[in-house]
Design a protein around this ligand. Structure first.
Ligand SMILES: [Zn+2]
Length: 340
């Protein structure tokens, strides 16, 4: 996946490789808009492809999510968790490269110009493994979602993917209990946050992670996310809370990071439209708050999705009460150990 990102060239905008490396636009880039200011208001991906520059404003992705354009030199990434069988909300990165323009990535595709999109479609051309994963996901929609093959591959698969950012300091965070589905939720989020820190023992191995977080206190500020799962204007506070999200989406994490890949802020929203575990135990057709929180905190620390069937916490979706995903798999542990 990283190789594909490296191979990508987006005409008219700047390509960021995993959020870390900036490469120059190609010679054939449309230069008409480069260096000029973007029109005010909400901008489409196509409008940004002109290479216009902006210090603020909003971009709308093809699936209708709006993102507040981050400050020049900064990027924002949205990652989510879905119910089995539900349409996955693609990862989105909005990178404000200052005088070089604003670039948008949806899933693995840097958008903004037709040639680049076509190039990447050719490169991706549906490998058999992702096709199998997709059909497995859609067949899961018919049956009650359940723990899939997690138990068999959790400790054998080393799969993990980096988002391109990491934290250089402790994540100090607030919790907004407005709309929460149980009084147990805050404790569940704290457990999810701590699943990736310190000495982690699972799958007959132990790693030591320097990732760290400190829960500060309850907040009345809301996480900077929209009802569609986009990221709104950041404000310097890391706030986790509850609210509306698109159908089938369990949670979304937005992370703002600088040009060196250092994370500056993260907010999370968990969906109020589901039944969630209300105590430490989980039963029936509920999603386990701690399981989903562990996944979302994986995104927060810098881990991206891995393929369905690998049994890792960072699979894109998880079933009802999939309690095995309260603890990390081999790939999850490899990832957090590599990043921290
Ligand atoms: Zn996710």
């Amino acid at each position: 996946m990283r190789a594909v990102r490296n191979a990508l060239t987006v005409v008219g905008v700047v390509t960021i490789v995993a959020g870390l490396t900036v490469t120059a636009a190609p010679a054939q880039a449309a230069t008409a808009g480069v260096g000029t200011s973007c029109a005010p208001g909400t901008l489409s991906v196509q409008a940004l492809a002109s290479g216009c520059t902006t210090t603020s404003g909003t971009v709308v992705t093809p699936d209708g999510r709006t993102f507040a354009i981050p400050a020049p030199g900064e990027s924002v990434m949205a990652s989510s968790s879905s119910a089995p069988g539900a349409r996955e909300l693609p990862d989105v990165v909005v990178a404000n490269n200052g005088s070089a323009g604003v670039a948008v990535r949806v899933d693995e595709e840097w958008s903004g110009s037709a040639p680049a999109v076509e190039q990447e479609r050719a490169e991706h051309s549906a490998p058999a493994t992702s096709g199998a994963a997709a059909s497995a996901a859609s067949s899961a929609a018919a049956a009650a979602p359940a723990a899939t093959t997690a138990a068999s591959t959790k400790c054998t698969s080393a799969a993990w993917e980096p988002t391109g950012y990491r934290w250089a300091s402790t994540v100090k965070w607030y919790y907004n209990e407005s709309g929460q589905k149980s009084t147990y939720a805050k404790k569940a989020l704290r457990k999810g946050a701590n699943a990736w820190t310190g000495t982690i023992s699972a799958c007959d191995r132990t790693v030591t992670s320097t990732a760290s977080n400190t829960y500060l206190r309850l907040a009345t500020q809301k996480p900077n996310l929209t009802d569609q799962g986009g990221c709104s204007r950041n404000n310097g506070y890391n706030v986790m809370g509850w609210g509306k999200l698109p159908s089938g989406v369990l949670g979304v994490t937005c992370v703002w990071f600088d040009g060196n890949g250092t994370a500056r802020e993260a907010d999370q929203r968990y969906a109020t439209g589901f039944r969630w575990s209300s105590t430490e135990t989980c039963s029936g057709s509920r999603f386990d708050t701690q399981v989903v929180a562990t996944h979302e905190w994986g995104h927060l620390y810098g881990l991206d999705h891995v393929q369905t069937g690998t049994g890792q916490v960072m699979e894109p979706s998880g079933g009802y009460c999939q309690l095995s995903s309260r603890t990390l798999g081999r790939g999850d542990m490899t990832g957090i150990d590599s990043l921290y």
